[in-house]
Design a protein around this ligand. Sequence first.
Ligand SMILES: [Zn+2]
Length: 460
Amino acid sequence: MKLKHLFAILLCCLAISATAATPKYVFYFIGDGMGPGQTMTTANYYRMALGDTAGLPMMSLPVNSYVTTHSYSSPVTDSAAAGTALSTGHKTRNGMIGMSADTTVVYSVAKKFHDAGYGVGIITTTAADDATPSSFYAHVPNRNMFYEIGRQAGESGYEVIGGASLRGTNGGNNDLMSYIESCGVEVVKGIEAMRKSDSRRVLLLPDVYVDNNDIGYAVDSIAGALTLEQMTSATIDHLMKHTPEGFFIMAEGGSIDHACHSNDGGTAIRETIAFNEAISRAIDFYKERPDETLIVITADHETGGMTVGNGHTGYNYYPQYLVPQKASKSSFSRYCDKLTHDKTPITWEEMKQVLTEKFGFYTVVPISDGDDKRLQHAFRKAFIEGSDERTQSLYSNIGSFSNEVFDMLNRIAGVGWISGSHSGNYVPLFAIGVGSELFMGQNDNTRVPVKILKAAQLDD
Ligand SMILES: [Zn+2]
């Protein structure tokens, strides 16, 4: 009887210590546009094309579940409403940031961590004032109010905010940057500058500017461009220096979405790999502090209705044909535009060589006689006759020859697409660490931040 009693007390103590365990370090990774198709085309690329049997790092984590993404106003969310749900736990209308549907200001999990004394880092491969990152520090009825969003970034008090640009500065033609500096934030350009800075609060921007909307696609291998992996490592080190007692980091792989808006399969896969390289840094951190770390990875929505396999490949997928790709659809289109703009003469034979160098066409990627005729026809129209029918997607404007090349690459590799927009498909969630068991089973997006706060015992 006495022994039984002792055992009961022991169990009780164990239960208390189990519930008392809270993460000191929380990583929240959001793959923008990363649905099941983006995840599985990449996982198969890893396994089949690269021969990596260990698989995608995020998929190896013990918790694999899923998240529903509908917004207050639509079954198909945008990144503003999805970001607000993932950051604050409130559904809102598409386009709104950090406000519920009736425009009541609602606060993010990042602010709650910050108020509780944790250091906070909000980093993305897209603009630092884009919908997902701004959902963690701003409150505006329209996601395009970049000036107001930028001011609120300064006012947030967060230790790190970083991304490809801050669009609200309007190219330096207003007082936004000086306002942010007056809030006690040092603007650092590039990773080295961030590592050298002694300031507790930094705004990280690229030293090699690529684009307002992206730090530069991984597939384009732009010399000196930021990577999410570098940004994540530098943010971990920065926060361990200034707030070693605890931190919250939100890292967004935002360019997955941009590649999917233009139905660029190989680029979406490389972005998902780059996202996983950043996640690997968090997993390394977790391995050193397994009892103090929580990692949660999910997406805000799916983009493009991307699938493994399409009508052309039937019951198959050939990711090896995407391995030689060395240019994103938007950078290849810009390359073609420059040729046309500069009136640089180019023959079909020369372009054929370019297609081999940049995409492995005719060598790795099998181009049939019919495909070759289609390419030549598109080449003639765009470069000889000068009639270029362009396709505008959310983040790119693509010429007709580039569209033909990428449609062909998707078709032959077996990457399927439904649209250039978001879909209402559910998205995956992966987790490991203290409190990760809370994320098992189905989650609505509004539940994810609630569970993060619960894990940290910051829910009230
Ligand atoms: Zn999008």
